[in-house]
Ligand binder design. Structure first.
Ligand code: DON
Length: 328
C-alpha cells in the first residue's frame, strides 16, 4: 500500500486503521474473559484501534475511547519502573528474562533459579509488585499511577469494581504469591504485593491511552505529546526486549515470527505494540483466544504489520523509513 500525506484528506493512518477495523469486525471468534467476574460485563462487540506517533499525533478507528482495564499490559510498565527504582541487578536477582512457553497464570518457576521465568507472567509480575512495595512502601501504587498517567498524557483512574472483583476471586494468584514468599522472591507480605498487582491490573485505559503509552516507550520514555519524562532510558530498552520475547505468553514465538514488534496483551482485550522510535499501536476487542490474547487484536496487528512493514526483521520493505515519512 502506498502511503502519502495530503492535507485535505484524512491521514493515511486513519484510513488504514478504519480499513483494518472493517476487515476484522465480522470476526466473532473467541470468548470474553469471565474468570474475573467483572470482566464478563464487557461488550463483546467493542473494537477500537489507535496509533500514536513519536511526533505526538494520534490516529484512531472504532471504539478507541471505550474504557477497559489494562490488566497484564501493566506488567510491562511495572517492570520498566522496577528497573529504575530498584536497579537492574536487583530486579534480575528476583525474576528472569526467559520466555516460559507457559500460560500466563502457570504455577511454575525456573527450576535452575527457583525464580519466575519472566516479569510478563503472573508469577513474575507479582514479584515485581513486591519489589516496588519493598522500595516505595505504601506510596507504590500512587507512583505507578503517576508514571502511567505521564505516559498516557492524562490522569488515569482505577476501575474499583474490577479491582474488588479480582481481589475477591484471585485465589490462584494468592497461591503463586505464597510460593514466591516461600522461595524468597517476595520479601513483603503476599497481601501487600497482591494488592498492588490487582490495582495495577485494574487501571482503566482506552486504546488511545495505550497507543500514547506505547509511543512514550517508542520515544525513549518521554511522552511525545506532552514532553513528560515517564520512564528511564535503559529501562525502556530492556522492557521492549522482554515484551518482544515474552509479552504474548505461550504465543510469544508465533507473534515474533508473524508480527515482529514488542507487544503485551491483557485479558480485558487490549494489545499494545511498540515500534521503536516510531509508533505505539493499540487494539481493544474483548473476545480472547485460548491463550488469553484478543482474537481481533492479533488479526489487526497481522494486517498492520504487513501493510506498514513493521516486522523488525522484514527485509523486503523499507523498514523504518517506510513509516517514518508519516510519523511527524
Ligand atoms: O492475574 C490475572 O489473572 C489478571 N489480573 C491479569 C491477567 C492477564 O491480563 C493475562 N493476559 N492475557
Amino acid at each position: 500500500m502506498a502511503l502519502e500525506s495530503r492535507p485535505d484528506q484524512p491521514h493515511e493512518f486513519e484510513t488504514l486503521l478504519e480499513s483494518v477495523r472493517l476487515m476484522h469486525c465480522d470476526n466473532h471468534a473467541g470468548e470474553v474473559a469471565s474468570y474475573i467476574p467483572e470482566l464478563s460485563k464487557a461488550s463483546p462487540e467493542h473494537f477500537g484501534l489507535a496509533m500514536a506517533t513519536i511526533g505526538g499525533k494520534l490516529y484512531t478507528a472504532g471504539d478507541a475511547e471505550a474504557p477497559f482495564t489494562i490488566q497484564s499490559i501493566s506488567k510491562a510498565f511495572t517492570f520498566c519502573l522496577a528497573l529504575e527504582v530498584a536497579g537492574h541487578s536487583a530486579v534480575l536477582a528476583r525474576v528472569g528474562v526467559e520466555p516460559s512457553g507457559d500460560a500466563f497464570n502457570a504455577i511454575f518457576f525456573n527450576p535452575a533459579t527457583n525464580r519466575p521465568y519472566n516479569p510478563m507472567v503472573n508469577a513474575g509480575a507479582i514479584t515485581i509488585a513486591g519489589l516496588l512495595c519493598e522500595e516505595l512502601g505504601s506510596g507504590a501504587f500512587d507512583f505507578v499511577m503517576d508514571r502511567l498517567s505521564a505516559a498516557a498524557g492524562r490522569r488515569l483512574t482505577l476501575d474499583d469494581a474490577v479491582y474488588r472483583s479480582e481481589s475477591e476471586t484471585g485465589h490462584r494468584n494468592r497461591a503463586i504469591a505464597y510460593l514466591l514468599l516461600a522461595n524468597g522472591a517476595l520479601t513483603v507480605s503476599p497481601d501487600e504485593a497482591l494488592d498492588l498487582y490487582y490495582r495495577q491490573c485494574s487501571i482503566s485505559v482506552t486504546a488511545s491511552d495505550l497507543a500514547r503509552m506505547g509511543a512514550t516507550l517508542a520515544n525513549m520514555g518521554e511522552n511525545p505529546a506532552t514532553g513528560a519524562e515517564a520512564f528511564e532510558l535503559r529501562a525502556v530498552r530492556n522492557t521492549q526486549a522482554v515484551m518482544f520475547t515474552c509479552g504474548m505468553y505461550d504465543y510469544a514465538g508465533h507473534w515474533a515470527y508473524d508480527i515482529g514488534v514488542p507487544a503485551k496483551s491483557g485479558v480485558a482485550g487490549g494489545i499494545l505494540g511498540v515500534v521503536n522510535r516510531q509508533l505505539g499501536i493499540a487494539t481493544y476487542s474483548p473476545r480472547l483466544d485460548v491463550k488469553g490474547n484478543s482474537v481481533r487484536g492479533i488479526a489487526s496487528f497481522e494486517t498492520l504489520a504487513d501493510e506498514l512493514g513493521l516486522h523488525a526483521f522484514d527485509c523486503t520493505n523499507m523498514g523504518s523509513s517506510f513509516v517514518s515519512t508519516l510519523i511527524v
